[in-house]
Design a protein around this ligand. Structure first.
Ligand SMILES: NC(=O)c1ccc[n+]([C@@H]2O[C@H](COP(=O)([O-])OP(=O)(O)OC[C@H]3O[C@@H](n4cnc5c(N)ncnc54)[C@H](O)[C@@H]3O)[C@@H](O)[C@H]2O)c1
Length: 328
């Protein structure tokens, strides 16, 4: 094997993975970038198939739960590094099918860790969520890297378990592993089941916009390209064993976010009165009240700052989805 960096990016055809792999393939032409994805309903290969024209890009359609295929893949390519994003990611689905989330998010991660331990010499970067910390009261301070784990849903519990496995492999086997826990991402390429695309699809189709409970739940929104820049920095610069939270200090209640989107859709003449579509539906079971994440460590140690302005980024996000809906 040559000593070129061979990075495996799992979950490459999902929302965040598709942005990350596009960025890495173009920024690092000297790396071999291998995308892996089983292509579940949540994926959209159109955003990564276009990379096939690049000599440094390779794709593998494999299920991370399939231990044998994962081990064979690592045996064949001896990836130097892994950035692991593949996961079942929708909280509502985890409430209906926790086993799938345990299989993919826990056992799938374990399979990759075992293959990595045997065949890889570089870094294992695990992409996780702030939801592992549970939720906050409205007056609580934001989560830090030292906040105790207290997951509320089968999704966040499965991500918490995978974080623990990654840390244990660093401690027990000495692999170079790092973890990043980010807040809610927004931007193009997200599956329609997620909150912002659902709101936009409702407005575009003149249907009710479903908001859980009273809409007072707060989320801390991070533009997906700010996330990608943070991942690039952390992957290349962090010391082994580190954990960083990634957030943009952008707490907004669900209702307020919907109102912002409605007003922009009115301004863009997408709908004559979007706010009249707002409708409150029964709350999600165990619905977390508030997420807020403190990314001071990342800012002070690695000099990261979000660079995308929320008003511009949400406006461009709206344009992207409306264009997509108009082509369907
Ligand atoms: N989107 C967010 O706001 C957010 C926030 C915090 C953390 N995260 C984490 O970031 C990662 C990516 O999230 P996302 O929003 O892009 O999710 P996504 O659901 O859009 O993408 C996940 C990808 O993983 C693939 N996948 C699922 N099961 C697989 C399996 N068994 N084998 C191989 N591939 C499989 C899917 O096909 C999909 O392409 C996840 O680990 C998620 O937990 C996401």
């Amino acid at each position: 094997m040559s000593n070129v960096k061979r990075i495996l990016i799992t979950g490459e055809s999902g929302f965040i993975g598709s942005h990350l792999i596009n960025y890495f393939v173009s920024k690092y032409p000297d790396y071999q970038i291998h995308g892996l994805d089983i292509l579940t309903y949540a994926s959209d290969r159109t955003h990564t198939k276009i990379l096939e024209k690049n000599k440094n890009y390779f794709f593998h359609q494999i299920d991370i739960f399939n231990r044998k295929e994962i081990i064979n893949l690592f045996a064949q390519y001896s990836f130097t590094d892994v950035i692991h994003l593949a996961a079942e990611s929708h909280v509502d689905n985890s409430i209906n099918n926790p086993l799938l989330f345990a299989n993919t998010n826990i056992i799938g991660t374990l399979n990759i860790l075992d293959a990595f331990k045997t065949y890889s010499v570089g870094r294992f970067h695990h992409i996780s969520t702030d939801e592992v910390y549970g939720d906050l009261n409205f007056s609580d301070l934001a989560f830090t890297e030292n906040s105790p784990y207290n997951p509320s849903s089968p999704y966040s519990a499965s991500k918490a378990a995978s974080d623990h496995l990654v840390r244990s492999y660093h401690r027990t086997y000495g692999i170079d592993a790092i973890i990043t826990n980010c807040s809610n991402n927004y931007g193009p390429h997200q599956h329609i089941e997620k909150f912002i695309p659902t709101v936009l699809a409702s407005i575009y189709n003149n249907q009710k916009i479903p908001i859980y409970g009273s809409g007072s739940n707060i989320r801390d929104w991070l533009y997906v390209l700010d996330h990608v820049l943070a991942l690039d920095l952390i992957f290349h610069k962090s010391s082994p064993g580190k954990t960083y939270n990634i957030g943009a200090d952008n707490e907004i209640s669900n209702l307020n976010l919907v109102e912002i989107i409605c007003d922009l859709c009115l301004e863009k003449k997408i709908h004559p009165n979007p706010r009249k579509l707002i409708s409150f539906v029964s709350d999600r079971l165990g619905h977390d009240r508030r997420y807020a994440i403190e990314s001071q460590l990342l800012r002070s140690e690695l000099n990261w700052m979000p660079i995308y302005n929320f008003n511009n980024a949400i406006s461009e996000t709206i344009d992207w989805y409306i264009k997509k809906f108009s082509k369907i």
